[in-house]
Design a protein around this ligand. Structure first.
Ligand code: KG4
Ligand code: ZN
Length: 342
């Protein structure tokens, strides 16, 4: 049984995993704590992880109906992430591994995201191989990347954002519109009642022959537009249309470049995870484009799109089963760890 810990950013999460099944997954989100600052404050995040880790772990073990004596592997996110936040969870995992005399698996946060579409409510583990190779979109507040998943534990980055992540673009444009942090879910909600054709915003790199993204220009274009139309976002109808226009620009780029990468790679499956893959417009657009291209689509359940320890535990269990060596007990967290680098 695996006890997994995730503290790379602003969610303190502990999960218990056994035989490819998530027995419990507890997430203590810090979103409210950081809201008044309009973004994640690293020192506050670390302090909160340290405060929450033990109660969250206790709850995860209890909800799993298990006891600490049954834990045979401990896993934690080793990187990438906020340095001190990562260290909080990783050090706790090291201490447990030392105390219980069980192996430690320090896993890559994005590699763990690649597993989240396959957890619960989707085809069971046995079906995974039928869906590889695939192209996976990881899209959150900190990251936007396309990954070619060639086989289990074998993947290659196809492209990523050259500046802001898509979630950052949602959050920053939402702030310009006067919406609370994090703005992504607000834009999603308001966009569902707006008309995307009223205000049109640029689709950066949409037609470039690469797998990269760029969202800072879109944010700037929204800023200039609002400067030219002061007070526009105070009108509820215009606000909904602005949200619809912004969301449709972001979604158009993400969905079309993802499906294009899948076609070019000749894969028959696309997966998506990360906080922004909760976005209803993105889920709809990816589904429509995949259907047209005859490509299967697996998006993580909304509760597993955002950061969670369940995906960390699932990956660690697979690593152990496939004979990956445990992480040495005296290793360090790796805040700048690149996917695919040793
Ligand atoms: O994966 P996540 O919880 O944390 C990291 O950034 O690693 O993602 C959070 C991001 C935020 O930018 C948030 O605004 C965005 O995901 N997000 C959404 C939605 N739900 C969360 N963006 C657009 N639509 C949503 N429904
Ligand atoms: Zn993440």
């Amino acid at each position: 049984m695996v006890l997994a810990i995730e503290t790379s950013c602003d969610e303190t999460s502990v999960a218990v995993v056994r035989d490819g099944r998530v027995l419990s997954s507890v997430v203590a989100s810090q979103v409210r704590l950081h809201a008044e600052y309009g973004g994640v404050v690293p020192e506050l995040a670390t302090r909160e992880h340290l405060r929450q880790l033990i109660p969250v772990a206790r709850q995860a073990v209890s909800e799993a109906g298990a006891s600490m004596a049954e834990v045979s592997v401990v896993a934690a996110t080793r990187g990438p992430g906020l340095p001190a936040a990562l260290r909080a969870g990783f050090t706790a995992a090291q201490a447990l591994s030392f105390r219980l005399g069980i192996p430690l698996f320090g896993v890559h946060h994005h590699e763990a995201h690649l597993y989240s579409p396959w957890i619960a409510g989707h085809p069971p583990v046995a079906d995974w191989n039928a869906f590889r190779p695939n192209v996976s979109l990881i899209v959150s507040g900190g990251h936007t990347m396309l990954v070619s998943v060639e086989g289990e534990l074998r993947h290659r980055i196809l492209g990523g954002t050259l500046d802001d992540a898509a979630g950052e673009c949602f959050d920053k444009t939402a702030k310009l519109l006067g919406l609370p942090y994090p703005g992504g879910p607000w834009v999603d909600r308001l966009a569902s009642e707006g008309d995307p054709a009223v205000f049109s915003f640029p689709r950066p790199l949409l037609n470039e022959a690469n797998h990269d993204f760029s969202f800072s220009g879109l944010k700037t274009s929204v800023r200039y537009f609002l400067d030219r139309h002061p007070g526009l976002a105070d009108d509820p109808r215009a606000l909904r249309d602005l949200c619809a226009g912004i969301q449709s620009a972001i979604v158009d780029v993400l969905a079309s470049k993802t499906v294009r990468a899948a076609k070019q790679s000749r894969v028959t499956c696309v997966t998506a995870s990360g906080g922004v893959s909760c976005n209803s417009g993105l889920r709809r657009e990816l589904q429509a484009r995949c259907d047209r291209a005859g490509i299967a689509l697996r998006i993580a359940l909304p509760s597993l799109c955002t950061d969670n320890a369940a995906m960390v535990g699932i990956l660690a269990e697979r690593q152990q089963m496939l004979g990956v060596a445990p992480t040495p007990l005296d290793s360090e967290p790796m805040p700048g760890w690149e996917l695919g680098a040793a």
